[in-house]
Design a protein around this ligand. Structure first.
Ligand code: FMN
Length: 413
């Protein structure tokens, strides 16, 4: 599967460009997030609208003048997990072999560290020409995966070698190339968003969490091949490759979490610490005297997960306002493997923004402050840490934990 993997599909100008539409469809069916980049000649064979409709994203066909990005080739090149050029014309193969970057497609390839898969398609004479042979050999020496053309009917009624490989074959080559992600076979639970505790049918006690951080982590885990369950209160979109459970209250979140049995639990949701003891069945009317709302502690979801035997690797989150002292205490006492703390009052950190400045706190109290970064970068770095911890623990089992000394539920979440 290619769930959550980022695939740039480069289409150059041959008759087989129509098959690139099937290929885009097959890649999206396998769960890949596909962006198409076309050459000028490709647009003579197939319209952008076809690819845009299949992938759900606009096609990139020009280096200059695109309204969406000032530097489309570097953005796309960095974004890609893999680039596949299908069909690859003789002309495009020659440019790629030479390292030329004169259009959006070749510039994207050159601006990327992602592996490159090419599926040549051309008339037999072009395929067998010494110049093409040289270019293909050069590309193979550079580590490019070449999916060779097959034999069969070609454009103009000819028959011979040069027919682009079938889309299924190209998808298989892409899967082989990017292989299994580092978290393949690992089940990851992520909670996200702020819970809403009803006061009456229209009012609730809530918080400012948007779910952006948790969603970014879930998407990154998916991209790394994990089997991801996202328990979220947020309305943010998520990839179809993950299992999403929509909840609203702390109790619903706890029930959803209880039904999972993950290897890794990343509890990024902002769970209410208190909820109204009862929710009024009807809207509370305005009265001269304001009503008193009695509160009770909500279930401590983190403590529940940490108390499991065997227990998953647990990453907790703490949103603080001011000092991180309480977060350090939480990291030491809650039995987590690591805690991600942030001061939500700091500029660029916390709720509803796309960046975050977090401090990693280890169970022994060591702290590691990270600089301000996009939430997607925080997610990537955090999952690097999770991978390291999993590597370290593999084979050792994780039954014994420092979780014996838990605080009372409701404390310091
Ligand atoms: C009808 C037609 C079909 C073509 N089919 C191919 C093809 O299958 N493979 C190829 O290498 N070139 C083919 N060409 C030539 C390319 O379109 C031409 O070399 C072009 O410059 C390639 O540009 P690009 O690689 O930037 O897309 C074809 C040209 C025409 C007019």
């Amino acid at each position: 599967m290619l769930a959550g993997r980022r695939v740039v599909l480069g289409v150059s100008g041959g008759v087989a460009a129509y098959k690139a539409a099937y290929l885009a469809r097959r890649l999206t069916e396998r769960g890949a997030d596909v962006r198409v980049v076309t050459t000028e000649s490709a647009r003579e064979f197939i319209g952008d609208q076809t690819f845009a409709a299949i992938t759900g994203h606009p096609v990139i066909g020009h280096l200059f003048g695109a309204s969406t990005s000032v530097s489309p080739h570097t953005e796309l090149g960095r974004w890609a997990d893999v680039i596949v050029v299908a069909p690859a014309t003789a002309a495009t193969l020659a440019r790629l072999a030479q390292g030329l970057s004169e259009d959006a497609l070749t510039a994207t390839v050159l601006a990327s560290r992602a592996p490159l898969v090419v599926a040549p398609a051309m008339h037999t004479e072009m395929w067998e020409h010494p110049a093409t042979r040289r270019n293909v050999e050069r590309l193979e020496r550079d580590g490019v995966v070449v999916v060779p053309p097959g034999e069969g009917p070609l454009a103009g009624g000819d028959v011979g070698v040069g027919r682009m490989a079938e889309p299924e074959e190209i998808v298989a080559a892409v899967e082989r190339t990017i292989g299994e992600g580092p978290l393949q076979g690992v089940s990851v639970l992520v909670t996200a968003g702020g819970t809403r505790e009803p006061i009456d049918p229209v009012r609730f006690l809530g918080n400012r969490s948007s779910g952006k951080m948790g969603h970014a982590i879930a998407e990154e885990a998916l991209r790394r091949g994990a089997d991801v369950t996202l328990v979220t209160t947020s309305a943010l979109p998520s990839s179809p490759g993950l299992t999403r459970i929509q909840v609203e209250t702390a109790a619903e979140m706890e029930q959803a979490v209880e039904r999972t049995d993950p290897d890794v639990a990343i509890l990024a949701a902002a769970v209410a610490d208190f909820r109204p003891v009862t929710a009024a069945p009807e809207k509370i009317a305005r009265t001269a005297e304001a009503p008193r709302i009695e509160l009770e502690p909500t279930p401590d979801i983190l403590a529940g997960v940490v108390a499991r035997r065997p227990r998953p690797l647990v990453v907790g989150f703490a949103a603080e306002t001011g000092s991180l002292e309480r977060a350090v205490r939480k990291a030491k006492t809650k039995g987590v493997d690591l805690l991600v703390a942030n001061d939500v009052t700091e500029e660029g950190a916390g709720f509803a923004v796309d960046t975050n400045r977090v401090t990693i706190i280890w169970p022994d109290g060591r702290t590691d402050p990270w600089p301000l970064m996009p939430k997607s970068a925080v997610a990537a770095r955090l999952l690097d840490l999770v991978e390291e911890l999993l590597d370290r623990e593999s084979g050792s089992g994780r039954v014994s934990s420092p979780a014996e000394d838990l605080e009372r539920p409701g404390d310091g979440r």
